[in-house]
Ligand binder design. Structure first.
Ligand SMILES: *Cc1c(COP(=O)(O)O)cnc(C)c1O
Length: 355
């Protein structure tokens, strides 16, 4: 039995793996593989339509929002967003709360002015700044809802009339949020919604069409909307895996139901960490992520022993990101509570031995 705490690509539901592998051999009893059907066939169109419908339903989106499935990962969105939204003379506001918060800032500077309204870099990104102001004349405000590497999460949506743009790669559909408040949301699929190779973009078209630069077709959100995510061959299989994962999420009871389980998993793990002096969570309590739990050891000498023990017990992906060290445990939607129970059991055992 393995327990997969990988940060991404990461665990997906068992049933999704089974259905996806079946579709590679024989898709919907057509005698064809999902990998060999044309993307413009009714067969694939039905997959894409269902994925879009499920996203709208699960996120409770209003009619204004469009759902796209695009190539290039979240990293492409770092520049595609300013390319579509920001003129050279305009200013966009950005919040810098980690590795994934700082990269889009660097990219946006190629297209216009960037105003970094706050940063938590002064304390190694271990907290979320609270007292920042977003100037009214900002073209948009960009932030990362969950900082995958450092283990912080924004548990509030900033109050502002400036259009909100968010990278939700690592906590999309893990908790209830008023997604309609956002002008644009993007997320690489490989954490909570599917396989690597596709990212989801939810956009309100009202914010498009205000830049004067020429935008290459493949970078232009309006072209993708007009063509229903089929400007060129979309990542067919990756979209299929997303659709299966979204179906699974709906079967679980949707976002409300999964959030309850996610809360239980995070509470169990953080309570255990707080109750054992051997372990030391690294981030500000109020800003702790329910998706990526980051901690170190009071005595770094013990880290290797704990890692070896995790390995022996079938737990993978617990080693921390190279930029933070220590440990990082990811608790994405598909990770069952039982895996966290096993991990916390091993932690308690380890602590007793070293008490
Ligand atoms: C993983 C991740 C990314 C990078 O995604 P790619 O698909 O590899 O480009 C960006 N932002 C956040 C918050 C992430 O967790």
């Amino acid at each position: 039995m393995t327990h997969n705490f990988n940060a991404g690509p990461s665990i997906l539901p068992r049933q999704v793996f089974e259905q996806a592998s079946q579709a590679i051999v024989n898709f919907n009893d057509t005698g064809l593989s999902i990998l060999e059907i044309g993307h413009r066939t009714p067969l694939f169109q039905a997959v894409l339509d269902e994925a879009v419908t499920l996203v709208k339903e699960l996120m409770k989106l209003d009619k204004a929002h469009e759902v796209l499935f695009l190539h290039g990962g979240a990293t492409t969105q770092f520049f595609q967003v300013p390319m579509n939204l920001l003129n050279e003379t305009e200013t966009a506001a950005y919040l810098d709360c980690g590795v994934w918060g700082s990269k889009p800032i660097k990219e946006a500077r190629q297209f216009g002015n960037v105003n970094v309204v706050a940063s938590s870099k002064d304390k190694n990104y271990t907290y979320i700044p609270r007292d920042f102001a977003i100037p009214e004349n900002s073209k948009y405000f960009h932030y990362t809802t969950n900082n995958t590497i450092e283990g912080t999460q924004m548990h509030f949506v900033p109050e502002t009339n400036v259009p909100l743009v968010a990278d939700m790669s690592s906590d999309i559909l893990s908790r209830e949020m008023d997604f309609n408040r956002f002008a644009l949301i993007y997320a690489g699929a490989q954490k909570n919604i599917g396989a690597a190779g596709v990212n989801m973009v939810v956009v309100n078209p009202e914010i498009l069409g205000t830049v004067t630069r020429q935008i290459p077709s493949m970078m232009d959100y309006r072209k993708h909307i007009e063509n229903g995510s089929m400007l060129n061959t979309p990542p067919v299989f990756a979209i299929y895996v997303c659709m299966l994962t979204l179906r699974w999420l709906k079967e679980q009871g949707g976002v409300t139901a999964i959030e309850k389980i996610n809360d239980q998993k995070a509470a169990l793990l953080y309570d255990t960490l707080d109750s054992i002096p051997v372990f030391k969570p690294t981030v500000n309590k109020e800003d702790r992520s329910k998706m990526n739990v980051v901690f170190v050891m009071e005595d770094p000498q013990l880290e290797k022993e704990f890692l070896d023990l995790c390995k022996k017990e079938g737990m993978i992906g617990v080693k921390g990101h190279r930029s933070v060290g220590g440990f990082r445990v990811s608790l994405y939607n598909a990770l069952p509570l039982s895996s966290v129970q096993v991990l916390t059991g091993v932690m308690k055992h380890f602590a007793l031995k070293h008490a």
